[in-house]
Design a protein around this ligand. Structure first.
Ligand SMILES: C[C@](O)(C(=O)O)[C@H](CC(=O)O)C(=O)O
Length: 281
């Protein structure tokens, strides 16, 4: 029997289908990844900002290390090994990928500093070489932050150069208008383009349909889950502190565990001959 396709080749096949727009919910921990999988998403996006906030409790200022990102991505990928995971690799930590200085910041903050084109391209090339040497087929997404400080022409030149050395997808960070978005997708002539949808950032918030109409092939929503948790958890904590409300109608704990694979884990153990859970949990 042929081995199942790798998640990377699944993502490649989705990218090859020009009619398709790949919608990637931002996930920042195992729980949000489970919720996204349970909802039925076919591709997940591990946000670096969310990883830094959830794992380290800090803002997106280049505080997370390569080890933080790799361990987080490995954990998320393990929850559904057949599901493609797009993982933020920031500036590559001394190697690839985005073109900010290593002390990067969220692309929607001010006064970003960039490395020069040659330095950035060597980062992308390093990722491409690592892919070749590993015999893998991961999809490399090149992101430039040049739009804010250096303008459209420079940003577009950088992305073209990145594609020339082997990047698969172009990510123009901080697109400023729908017109710019359309122009960019049109001019990248066939190279799949990614849209970063961040409320309160510098880019318009586009629906999936609007993103598709502009010509984007991939949409990521890095802060979607963070925003939802921010609102609802802040309110639940406020109610507990100020009103002593302990959530009488809260989500039953079993349902929470079930959302994270309770039944599958028990079933796996019983099938392996384990006795611990044979009478149920
Ligand atoms: C895409 C991004 O790099 C991320 O960490 O997911 C961030 C998202 C954000 O902070 O809103 C970005 O720099 O845009």
């Amino acid at each position: 029997m042929a081995p199942p396709p790798s998640p990377a080749s699944k993502l490649r096949a989705m990218l090859a289908n020009e009619k398709e727009i790949i919608v990637c919910p931002g996930v920042y921990d195992g729980f949000t990844a489970r919720l996204a999988l349970n909802a039925g998403f076919e591709v997940l996006y591990m946000t670096g900002a969310g990883t830094t906030m959830s794992k380290l409790g800090h803002a997106d200022l280049g505080i997370a290390t390569q080890t933080d990102m790799v361990s987080h991505a490995s954990m998320l990928a393990s929850l559904s090994p057949s599901t493609p995971l797009i993982a933020d690799a920031d500036t590559g930590y001394g190697g690839p990928l985005k073109d900010q200085v290593v002390n990067k910041r969220c692309g929607h903050l001010k006064n970003k500093e960039l490395v020069d084109l040659d330095t950035w391209i060597s980062r992308i090339r390093a990722a491409v070489m690592a892919r070749e040497e590993s015999g893998g087929d991961i999809v490399i997404i090149a992101r430039t932050d040049a739009l804010a400080g250096q303008g459209y022409e420079e940003a577009s030149k950088r992305l073209r150069a990145a594609v020339e050395v082997g990047a698969d997808v172009a990510f123009l960070e901080g697109v400023r208008s729908v017109e710019e978005a359309r122009r960019f997708c049109g001019e990248m002539s066939g190279v799949p383009c990614l849209y970063n949808c961040v409320p309160g950032g510098v880019s318009p918030v586009l629906s999936v349909k609007e993103g598709r109409d502009c010509g984007f092939r991939v949409v990521i929503t890095p802060t979607l889950a963070l925003g939802a948790v921010f609102e609802s958890v802040s309110e639940a904590y406020r109610k507990l502190l100020e009103e002593g409300d302990t959530e009488r109608d809260g989500v039953p704990v079993r349902r929470l565990f079930e959302s994270c694979g309770l039944e599958e884990s028990v079933e796996f153990d019983v099938r392996a001959g384990g006795k611990l859970y044979e009478n149920g949990v």
